[in-house]
Design a protein around this ligand. Structure first.
Ligand code: BGC
Length: 449
């Protein structure tokens, strides 16, 4: 008998966005500025001088966007809350008008049968907190818990799935080590402190949730499997360092209560002795883990690529996305199975998966052909189903992204949406990938090979 190819009836089918990337109106209705407001308004930091001032205008067009989600048959929408809309100074005074936007959005989703999945922090720290040291200030764990409590009090009666942070690795690596993302610091010594405070804030947020919330809270990480370029001991060691830095730096503390050994080898004197009491606190049970998967890295020893001393070997015979990422669906299966094997049988969600490709102009006004993205989604959904066949408790999948949007330092030059956005007119046009995904949802995956 062939196994049922369909996904379970309660599998969540979603798409994801984040506040600064889609909302626009960053200072409307009493909101305070975020670090992304400052970063994007600093000349030279974002491609073409793009900013999130308008983005997809989702702040004002959310009803149209929710209708679109319903037309596509989505059963869940993962979005993030802008901290400085709700707490303009990052702490203290609550801006009810900012909070109202999220109340309206959640109500619209529920009225359309779509489950809201809320991320508390997707990179847009209130600028007022950055002025106090941002992720380098140990007090940030308390600030984050206060912010989490405000949201949970306002929305937990209607929101059943929460996550604390989106991709802490990117915050520390892009924001504090390499400076390509806000707040744009470049310091070997700051990155470990930022990472540790991100984890402390995550734990404080979970604790605040346990005191006030009645549903589920988790963490979202980006995972990129590291495959050695050869069997040379140097390449194998580089692969282990790269894996520790990206894949285990956050999950080992959360699930095992310790940092990977390789961290000191990578950071040398810049890696402090963190107190075990912090790690005991960080190791708090969470209800699920969200995994963002885009690509893998074939890894070689590279003494120039500091601090990890690991380089990426480009796989010239394989397809790559417009951001230069190798398309490698087996890496998704491998990642999900690896998490189960290393950290235990926790419920998992693919909270982001998708690709930027150049979308050729279409003769049809109402559909855009994006065959590479269709193929990307198809092969990764098959890879997700394969992980389930191997025993992984995968409960949902979220395409990144619902809409073409502000791709951080790339500005609007990279399109990840399954729905095309014309940034002149704000017209939304579902691409072929949206239609394809809709069919997958309607048939619960029976259309997949
Ligand atoms: C982030 C998104 C981003 C996407 C594509 C993820 O790292 O969570 O905000 O747009 O990747 O780069």
């Amino acid at each position: 008998m062939t196994p049922d190819p369909r996904f379970p009836a309660d599998f969540l089918w979603g798409a994801a966005t984040s506040a600064y990337q889609v909302e626009g109106s960053p200072l409307a209705d009493g909101a305070g500025p975020s670090i992304w407001q400052r970063f994007s308004h600093t000349p030279g930091l974002v491609k073409n001088g793009d900013t999130g001032d308008v983005a997809c205008d989702h702040y004002r067009r959310y009803e149209e966007d929710v209708r679109l989600m319903r037309e596509l048959g989505l059963t869940a929408y993962r979005f993030s809350v802008s901290w400085s809309r709700v707490l303009p100074e990052g702490k203290g005074r609550i801006n009810e008008r900012g909070l109202d936007f999220y109340r309206r959005l959640v109500d619209a989703l529920l009225a359309n049968g779509i489950q809201p999945v809320v991320t508390l922090y997707h990179w847009d720290l209130p600028a007022a907190l950055d002025d106090r040291g941002g992720w380098l200030n140990p007090d940030i764990a308390g600030w984050f818990a206060e912010y989490a409590a405000v949201l949970v009090r306002a929305l937990d009666d209607r929101v059943e799935m929460w996550s604390t942070l989106n991709e802490p690795w990117v915050v520390a690596d892009g924001g504090y080590l390499h400076g390509v993302l806000a707040p744009g610091h470049r310091s070997l010594f700051e990155a470990p402190l930022a990472s540790h405070n991100l984890l402390r804030a995550h734990a404080a947020g979970v604790e605040a949730y346990r005191a006030l919330g009645r549903h589920r809270i988790g963490l979202v990480v980006n995972i990129e499997p590291k495959d050695p370029a050869s069997d040379r001991p140097e390449d194998l060691a580089a692969t282990a360092r790269a894996d520790a830095y990206l894949n285990r730096q956050y999950l080992d503390p959360v699930f095992l209560g310790r940092y990977p050994e390789e961290m000191r080898e990578i950071f040398g004197d810049a890696w402090p002795d963190f107190p075990q009491a912090d790690l005991d606190h960080i190791r708090q049970p969470i209800d699920f883990l969200g995994v963002n998967y885009y690509t893998r890295m074939v890894t070689c020893d590279d003494p120039r690529a500091l601090p990890v001393r690991a380089g990426r070997v480009r796989q010239t015979r394989h397809a790559h996305t417009e951001t230069g990422w190798e398309v490698h669906p087996p890496g998704l299966t491998k990642t999900l199975v690896w998490i189960k094997e290393r950290y235990g049988d926790i419920p998992l969600y693919v909270t982001e998966n998708g690709a930027a490709f150049y979308d050729p102009p279409s003769a049809e006004a109402d559909e855009l052909s994006d065959p590479l993205r269709v193929s990307y989604l198809r092969t990764h959904l098959v890879a997700a189903r394969e992980a389930m066949r191997q025993g992984v408790d995968l409960r949902g999948y979220f395409a990144w992204s619902l809409l073409d949007n502000f791709e951080w330092s790339h500005g609007y030059s990279k399109r990840f949406g399954i729905v095309h956005v014309d940034f002149e007119t704000q017209r939304r046009t579902p691409k072929a990938s949206a239609r394809f995904y809709s069919e997958v949802i309607r048939t619960r995956g029976a259309v997949l090979p």
